[in-house]
Design a protein around this ligand. Structure first.
Ligand code: ASP
Ligand code: MG
Length: 409
């Protein structure tokens, strides 16, 4: 029988009546002839509560016990979902990560799935069980300890099962009805996309991050799992995240993404010599600073300015790392400037690969609104600019308008 993976996020299993509504959707797919793997999250708010309990018990907690505690939220919903399905007359059984087994690395709190044993569940399907309910977000390490996959990890569980069981599609039920051209809270003409390519979805992480764990999109792209994001509160199709070959409508730009809390840091007058970039960005990487854009200025008298962007919250860490590198004599600069009032705005689209003049159109639209651009970077399918944060909304609206994203195809 064709297989389908249906994943329900926390708000979709928030209480017993929501679990019942989700189970009704599962039954519909079973009646339509699918064998279904249901992947569940913990009830809304549960994982936060569990994490809080761990932290309140132990500040420097043992990560193995953190996983033992936080994995329990999904265990509860998996059992309840199986019970509800049985009540509805559907032959269902639940599986915890270790029972499947979902084999992962030993990186507790951020484990990666290495292998999914399909035999046990496949055998039950062969015996006539129609639904396997799997606790998301968890697995088991080589040391036989329970692991978790990082916040939002049930999405990755779902995609991994879809790949392992060769499912027709992986439906991610959530509290939004799809992926939009930009954040509808900023631009009320934002439009829900019918389809989006994996690569675009990865670049639109700032819009989609709360909807899909980034790792799940990477996995879906690697194994070509068709992923649908849809609402469990309404009955309508969502957004299909798929291979670009499946996308007929060819807009050059698909969406406008943004990061509100960015900072721009500049090392003023650093010695321009081979190895200087490595000497600067090595310590930043070691300090866990997520550097995004990098610009090196023209050199004068063997010295240059080096500018980079990172999240505002990481500025103190970046500053400390650079000051240490300076004190230890690895780098030498005349000043360190931090502008913490910037935001990043990006246009994203696979069509940018084959169209010229897209970035120019972006710059024109911003100029027409009097928005000054501080830093620009481009990749094959994305152009990003840093601007003053106070112009973020204006810039997003102007770009949405310039690329006519409110209009379909
Ligand atoms: N319950 C876990 C979390 O909140 C995993 C998930 O829901 O995807 O991060
Ligand atoms: Mg989620």
């Amino acid at each position: 029988m064709p297989r389908l993976v249906m994943k329900f996020g926390g708000t979709s299993v928030a209480d017993l009546s929501r679990i019942e509504a989700a189970a009704a959707r599962v039954r519909r797919e079973v009646e339509a002839g699918h064998d279904v793997i249901v992947v569940v999250s913990a009830m809304a708010g549960k994982t936060n509560e569990l994490v809080g309990w761990v932290r309140d018990t132990s500040v420097l907690y043992d990560a193995r016990e953190y996983d033992a505690v936080v994995a329990s939220g999904e265990v509860v919903t998996a059992g309840l979902m199986a019970l509800r399905l049985q009540q509805m007359g559907v032959d269902a059984r639940s599986w915890q990560g270790w029972q499947v087994p979902v084999r992962t690395t030993s990186a507790h709190g951020a484990a990666r799935i290495e292998e999914i044993g399909t035999e046990a569940i496949a055998a039950r399907f062969a015996q006539g069980v129609r639904v396997a309910v799997v606790a998301g977000f968890q697995g088991i390490s080589a040391e036989n300890r329970v692991t978790t996959l990082g916040r939002g990890g049930s999405d990755t569980t779902a995609v991994a099962f879809a790949a392992a069981f060769d499912a027709e599609r992986c439906d991610i039920y959530t509290d939004v009805d799809g992926i939009y051209t930009t954040d509808p809270r900023i631009e009320d003409r934002a439009r829900k996309l019918d389809r989006i390519a994996y690569e675009e979805m990865l670049e639109l992480a700032s819009l989609g991050a709360k909807v899909l764990q980034t790792r799940s999109v990477e996995l879906a792209m690697r194994y070509k799992v068709r992923l649908q994001v849809l609402s469990s509160f309404e009955d309508k199709p969502g957004t299909l995240v798929c291979d670009e070959e499946e996308i007929m409508e060819s807009k050059v730009v698909s969406g406008v993404a943004f990061q509100r809390d960015e900072a721009k840091m500049t090392l003023i007058s650093v010695a321009d010599r081979p190895g200087i970039a490595a000497a600067i960005f090595g310590p930043l990487a070691d300090a866990g600073v997520n550097v995004d854009m990098i610009v090196q200025n023209i050199s004068e008298d063997g010295r240059t300015d080096m500018t980079f962007s990172c999240p505002v919250a990481e500025v103190p860490r970046a500053r400390a790392a650079l000051e240490t590198a300076m004190a230890e004599g690895h780098i030498n600069y005349h000043g360190l400037d931090a502008d913490t009032d910037v935001a990043k705005v990006s246009i994203v689209g696979i069509g940018m690969r084959s169209h010229a003049g897209v970035a120019q159109k972006m710059f024109r639209a911003l100029a027409d609104e009097g928005v000054n651009i501080k830093v620009i970077t481009t990749s094959e399918i994305k152009t990003s600019v840093l601007i003053d944060r106070k112009y973020l909304e204006l810039a997003v609206q102007a770009l949405h308008d310039a690329f006519e994203l409110d209009k379909a195809g």
